[in-house]
Design a binder for this molecule. Sequence first.
Ligand SMILES: Nc1nc2c(ncn2[C@@H]2O[C@H](COP(=O)(O)OP(=O)(O)OP(=O)(O)O)[C@@H](O)[C@H]2O)c(=O)[nH]1
Ligand SMILES: [Mg+2]
Length: 420
Amino acid sequence: MSTIKAFLVGVETHEPDALWEVGESLIELAELSRTAGLEVVGEMSQVRERPHTKFYVGSGKLEELRDQIVELGVEVLITDDELTPSQQRTLEMELKIKVMDRTGLILDIFAGRAQTFEAQLQVELAQLEYLKPRLTKMWTHLSRLGGGGVGTRGPGEKQLETDKRLLGKRIAFLKKDLVKVREHRKTQRTKRQTIPMVTGTLVGYTNAGKSTLLNALTQADVLAEDKLFATLDPTTRRLKLPTNEEILLTDTVGFIQKLPHQLVTSFRATLEEVAEADFLLHIVDISHPKCRSMIETARSILEEIGAQDKPQFYVLNKMDLLPRDYLPDLTSLGITDGMFISAIDPNSLTQLLERITEFLKQFHRDFTYRIAYSKLDVLDLIHKKAEIKSIEYKQEYVEVHAELNGIIGEKLMGMLYKTS
Ligand SMILES: Nc1nc2c(ncn2[C@@H]2O[C@H](COP(=O)(O)OP(=O)(O)OP(=O)(O)O)[C@@H](O)[C@H]2O)c(=O)[nH]1
Ligand SMILES: [Mg+2]
């Protein structure tokens, strides 16, 4: 099978506190390209104050690019930043090959990965939103390539009107469908919550090992592989802690720098699950040279979805790949609660469970319940969820002093005094 030859190009701007240098960002772009099935044959970068408004790179670099494209037989050029529709069109006209940007590439990977109906709708919506402003340009572009006059209302122009209308219709249709799917999921989630449980979400940079960890902890059967964005759809599994308490853990889509805003918008519902969890397990590939930037990127995405203040426990994964006797300093990474593990080492998993239990204990509180004899089912739940300090059987009710997670404690209280 012959693969498509891709050439990568990036621009380094002089932002004072940039997290990613262009070289590192291009390494990641190469991984994304391979994930999308492309063969990377070369790359080039340029330091500029900002990307060139017409060509993304300067005109001198453009000439170099032209030479490289011929020499290496490049079929597609991929830029490390999102291009404006007109930059993309101009580059295609100048270089006479297909030009894609980082956003288009990520959308492509997502499209190939979406498994559930909801994820498929979300990806298609993001793709169409991305395409919408480009459609106009595409047609003028094509009519120009075909030698047709620009500015006259030729067949291309009419076609464009039709396509734009169809696109608008499809977008509206997808949005409606998504509302329905989400309502259904919300009902499912509420159902799940009838037995109160603490919920945690695995978050972190793509390829950090989130799915591997969920699989190892809960024998879930989630696809984990050495590719970016292996997971798109959230998966929730029960996890039993050493105290016998059961919690719910959700694995979800990974983060990346320059995450396309179209995806953040259309995946908002998936990301909201992150925001609704009681706590986060932030997974980091600690063996990665850019782990510090990955942590910062994940933090800023968490902020964007309003989850920055959730209690967070850091799981510093892949310690087996670190040099012997070397552990990075956690305080310099801004981490207070965290632990080094290797998701492929069962011993470190046992220790991790103990640490998670300990971490969750900080949210424990003392509760006093007075339980009418007609509500003994709640007493049953308290037995399962709490450490019982004392229990007294009085004439009218059972009085229980117990220590348990504050969120669960409140939920149980609600069940007890619900009038219906
Ligand atoms: N050496 C080593 N490899 C690991 C460890 N944990 C995960 N991996 C590997 O890292 C790769 C990525 O793991 P995943 O679990 O798919 O990562 P993820 O965070 O779910 O990634 P996305 O779904 O893409 O966001 C896989 O090839 C795993 O086998 C570890 O502790 N040590
Ligand atoms: Mg995954």
